[in-house]
Ligand binder design. Sequence first.
Ligand SMILES: [Zn+2]
Length: 283
Amino acid sequence: MNKIIYIGGIGHSGSTLLDIILGEAANAMSCGQVGGIIDKTIDDNCACGKPIKDCPIWSDIFKVYLEKNWRSVFSRISKERNLLKFLFSKNYCREYVTINDQIFRHLFEISKKQILIDSSKNISRGIAFVQESNYELYFLHLIRDSRGYINSYNKRQVESNEKVGLIKPFLSWLIKNTSASILGRFFYRKRYFQIKYEDLVTKPVDTIDYISSKTGIEKKSIISRIKNHEEFNIRHIFSGNRISKHPVVLKTRNKKTYKLHHFRDSLFWYSLGFITKLWGYSK
Ligand SMILES: [Zn+2]
């Protein structure tokens, strides 16, 4: 049966990186953030370098998306508070998932692969799929230490001249990871599992091995590239963060580096960050 690996969680946690890495499997295709289709126009470029209207993977289905005016349905995931509607309104959830399944069906047919990777991240989208998708769906909850997330978030804020902070990004991190963990662990256990970003970069072979054992994704070609420090190709990711413009080499690290600058690290950890312990992190 065809399968979907849905990468859920919060941004700045390595989801595009993991999507690209898994896309190297012989039986899988990396799609990027499929939910990000609402921000795209037919003239925007796919990662393959062609405009979407000329991309062999996305052009036909994007035209269908425009013709059938699916945008309003897709925009349901732009607010995570709609999660409650996805949980309690069968029709609301089913309509959203039926349209997405049509897109997935097209992607399965055209790619000739058995597994699609969708790294849209939204918790509500993942939960909707777990409940209603006709495909065998795995919710891969990707978690990064809150300090690593805040570092990455603030770096991006500085680059775009926006305000940096601790509390606001931490609360977003907490809400997303808590909702995914509770729903996944207690209600959708068979289809849900967690992966730590820090494990991906410090022990990638073990992490890929684990993902493969859970989902059936072919691991040989991925592990060979990791061991030989070879590039991972981007192919047709059509929405994702900026690393998706260039081939990626997974730089493995010897230790887990996620601390904030010295003073801020202690202040943050003892006031809020200690909650991160719930996901197995320590000071
Ligand atoms: Zn393309």
